[in-house]
Design a protein around this ligand. Structure first.
Ligand code: ADP
Length: 445
């Protein structure tokens, strides 16, 4: 019976029933009319037959209705069971899952949501889901939810940033899909989320570490190049004076003219003094690393005048003018040898990077418990972006083998280290093409 009825539509069954019933009525009526002639008997037989017919069709109808009802009950129970199973599954899922109706109100909120968002079910139900989103993401998520309702579409693997009760942000990998009712209409939009906050954070950290590693790698490569240049430059700086001195002394040995001989020996002497200066720089760097300072009361005015005097012959040679502006009361607590070295380095640079016929000014004055010494020149100047780096050890703006100015790139690094070891500061202001001004302070005695 079930198999037959499964294959036939309700209309077909009705047509077959009407056909069989009418055939039964017509045929049984004819047969009865032929076999029974007594009208009274015929009427009573007809009455019995009609009653039997009504009973049979009634029984059939009863059978059908009760089967239909049983089937309906079974399917309702199955539906309820599956809904309960789904509810339990959602409720006990470790992932935060919630759903919203067409108005955007939250209609389902599982236990994991309570924990992750810090919002109890009573508070969350009826709330608008947009309140959980960061303002930047509201529009994008709303557009997706609209499409879930309109087009019954699902969206998978969408990163959504939610706001928790405590104000912290949580990143979730979300799936949005429609929940249909028995008629295939979208009843709700489900948000099935996986909390990936930690994963994303770890990924971000990994990316940052990678970028840092890459940067360090590049820096190492630059350092490597710098090291090669430093070795080449220092060797060159040490060798040049020897070559000059050797040549000058050889010429002097054969020179009969007293005047010319003195000039040649002077040249050799200057070359050796320059070499001494470089070696002094290297030794000073090593000494500073060991932290050696011999502090005493120093008159900086006298010290400035003495050191400036040393440079007079070199200034004449380069056609440069030097002026001193030295104030009173310039007593400082310092290591005089080291301060002389600082000043020599600054004056040496002011000469080296000056222009033909330029000038150098040295000022020293007392300022709020400190003594400040400044060396200004009218030279090539320093580009702004280089101002910080010139104090790095071995840094030279032009460190190429073809560079115009000699040097090791150690001078300013040592200047800074010495001054800071005394508790002072070094500052620089400069304008390309106009000149530079280096100042350093020392604590007044
Ligand atoms: P070096 O003079 O041996 O190269 P320094 O540490 O003394 O090393 O100086 C570092 C760099 O700073 C120099 O190579 C130069 O490019 C720049 N510099 C220093 N002083 C001056 C200055 N007075 N004028 C222009 N540039 C300067």
């Amino acid at each position: 019976m079930r198999r037959i009825s499964e294959g036939l539509s309700p209309l077909k069954i009705t047509v077959i029933y009407v056909f069989i019933a009418s055939m039964w009525i017509v045929i049984s009526d004819r047969l009865l009319a032929l076999s029974v002639t007594d009208p009274e008997r015929l009427a009573s037989i007809e009455w019995v037959m009609e009653s039997v017919f009504i009973l049979i069709t009634g029984a059939l109808l009863y059978l059908l209705i009760s089967r239909y009802e049983a089937a309906m009950r079974r399917s309702r129970e199955a539906l309820e069971e599956s809904e309960e199973r789904y509810r339990q599954m959602v409720e006990n899922s470790p992932n935060p899952i919630f759903s919203v109706d067409a108005e955007g109100s939250i209609v389902m909120w599982n236990r994991a949501c309570e924990k992750v968002f810090g919002l109890g079910r009573e508070e969350a139900l009826g709330m608008k889901y947009t309140e959980l989103l960061t303002p930047e993401e509201v529009e994008q998520v709303r557009a997706m939810v609209d499409r879930v309702f309109r087009e019954k579409r699902a969206f998978r693997d969408v990163d959504i940033t939610y706001l928790s009760r405590d104000g912290s942000q949580r990143t979730m990998l979300s799936r949005l899909y429609p929940l249909l009712d028995g008629h295939g209409r979208v009843r709700a939009c489900v948000f099935a989320n996986t909390d990936v906050t930690e994963r994303r954070r770890a990924e971000e950290e990994l990316k940052r570490a990678y970028r840092k590693l890459k940067k360090t790698n590049e820096e190492l490569r630059t350092l490597d190049e710098m090291k090669a240049n430093i070795i080449a430059n220092v060797s060159h700086e040490l060798r040049t004076p020897i070559t000059i001195a050797k040549g000058a002394i050889e010429l002097a040995m054969d020179e009969q003219d007293q005047e010319k001989r003195r000039d040649l020996l002077n040249m050799a002497m200057n070359a050796l003094l320059r070499q001494n200066f470089i070696v002094e720089d290297l030794l000073q760097a090593a000494r500073l690393e060991r932290g050696e300072l011999r502090m005493e009361e120093v008159n900086l005015g006298e010290l400035v005048e003495r050191v400036a005097e040393e440079f007079r012959p070199v200034l004449i040679k380069h056609g440069l003018r030097m002026s001193l502006k030295v104030g009173d009361d310039l007593l400082a607590t310092a290591d005089p040898e080291q301060v002389e070295h600082v000043l020599r380095n600054l004056i040496n640079n002011a000469i080296k990077f000056n222009r033909e016929g330029g000038s150098i000014t040295i000022e020293a004055e007392r300022k709020d418990g400190e003594v400040e010494v400044c060396v200004s020149d009218t030279g090539i100047g320093i580009p702004e972006e280089e101002l910080d780096r010139i104090f790095d050890r071995f840094y030279q703006i032009d460190a190429s083998p073809t560079r115009r100015y000699g040097g090791t790139g150690l001078g300013l690094a040592i200047v800074k280290e010495i001054v800071e070891a005394h508790g002072g500061r070094v500052t620089v202001t400069s304008k390309v093409g106009e000149g530079s001004r280096f100042c350093f302070t020392l604590p007044a005695a």
